[in-house]
Design a protein around this ligand. Structure first.
Ligand code: COI
Length: 356
């Protein structure tokens, strides 16, 4: 038990127009904070008015990027109940990332208590329009005031909340993706499988190039052979090739093990479909496309949900998927997954939990 202290805001913010939320632009009235020190462990759990955090300029997070985060969502169901989707899986991953970054883990029950408490505190911010939810962003930063390169001895755990619509500007319309040939996101032994800010910082140069070309995101290739498909940064990727679903294997440790990825695989298997987790080369993709066997491509992620991919650009070579339209498997996954998340459909898996 965290024994959370509450300091409620005296100036509630005006709510945004929920029909024009976009992603990550608005933040709620409160945030959750908890500190770590060697003497006390994780302590001083509190919910305070949302606002700036004051840190010494020498705080280690600013210099050596000892930072990690998670992404989850809370949903308002048709009965007015608040739901979370598989929070245990995000918490497990957060603690795996903690281990990779030498950050002290948080007791899973405490992490869930913190998430539940802040969501309940700001529950009037959970949007109800179709396609909207309350994005939950837990993160941990190293706060030691010190420039030596060592794991910090002090940390801050923070949870902020943001009412969101779809991640991409055009909702569930298929996105266009550039295959990145110059830069890499991760290599075996690195931090590709961990949810650390540094992965995203190093991906920005590819993202910037993609946006300049009019594309939504980058498809990252493996850092060694530069031929196998890893992921898209904000999402994992799936392909339907000749009727079979395939997705890059997690075995190399390059790829973020997405909770939505895992859920899609489990859901597809429950429908009796075969899912292959294996190496997929760009050559295979191009060949499947040339033979008319590349049926569908889509990304999965908490923010992105299921995002159909309508086009890949590989150094000017264009691969159009399913005539740039959403395919039947992507659509069925989107409907089934969001049905469970929003509490509108049966949840045979027990993934969706009511917290209030
Ligand atoms: C998520 O899907 O929650 C992510 O963290 C991806 C991204 C917005 C960085």
């Amino acid at each position: 038990m965290l024994n959370i202290k509450y300091e409620h805001t005296t100036t509630k913010k005006e709510k945004p127009d929920y029909s024009k939320l976009g992603f990550g632009k608005y933040f709620t009235d409160h945030m959750f904070l908890m500190n770590y020190s060697v003497d006390k462990g994780w302590h001083d759990a509190r919910i305070v008015p949302y606002g700036p955090i004051s840190l010494d300029p020498s705080a280690m997070v600013f210099h050596y990027a000892q930072e990690l985060f998670e992404g989850m969502k809370a949903y308002n169901d048709p009965n007015g109940k608040i739901r979370l989707f598989r929070p245990d899986k995000n918490i497990e991953r957060m603690n795996r990332t903690c281990r990779r970054l030498c950050v002290p883990e948080i007791d899973p029950a405490d992490a869930l208590e913190a998430i539940t408490a802040i969501v309940k505190c700001d529950k009037d911010w959970i949007p109800t329009l179709p396609g909207t939810s309350l994005y939950i962003r837990p993160f941990i930063i190293a706060t030691d005031e010190h420039l030596g390169v060592h794991p910090s001895k002090n940390y801050l755990f923070c949870i902020i909340l943001s009412p969101v619509g779809s991640y991409y500007a055009n909702g569930i319309d298929p996105v266009k993706i550039v295959i990145e040939r110059e830069y890499v996101r991760a290599v075996k032994g690195g931090t590709g499988a961990a949810k650390v800010g540094g992965n995203y910082a190093s991906s920005l140069i590819g993202q910037q190039k993609a946006e300049e070309m009019g594309y939504a995101q980058v498809l990252w290739l493996d850092g060694v052979h530069r031929k196998y498909i890893d992921e898209v940064g904000a999402m994992n990727v799936f392909f339907v090739i000749d009727g079979k679903v395939v997705t890059p294997t997690l075995e190399n440790g390059n790829i973020l093990p997405g909770v939505t990825r895992m859920s899609c695989i489990e859901m597809l298997k429950s429908w009796g479909m075969e899912v292959e987790e294996r190496l997929i080369s760009v050559d295979e993709l191009e060949e499947a496309n040339a033979n008319g066997k590349l049926d569908e491509a889509f990304g999965t992620g908490t923010a992105a949900v299921i995002s159909p991919i309508g086009e890949f650009n590989d150094d000017g070579k264009i691969i159009t998927v399913n005539d740039g339209k959403i395919g039947p498997i992507s659509q069925k996954l989107y409907d089934s997954l969001t049905g469970i998340q929003w509490g509108k459909a049966e949840d045979p898996f027990g993934w969706s939990i009511v917290i209030d």
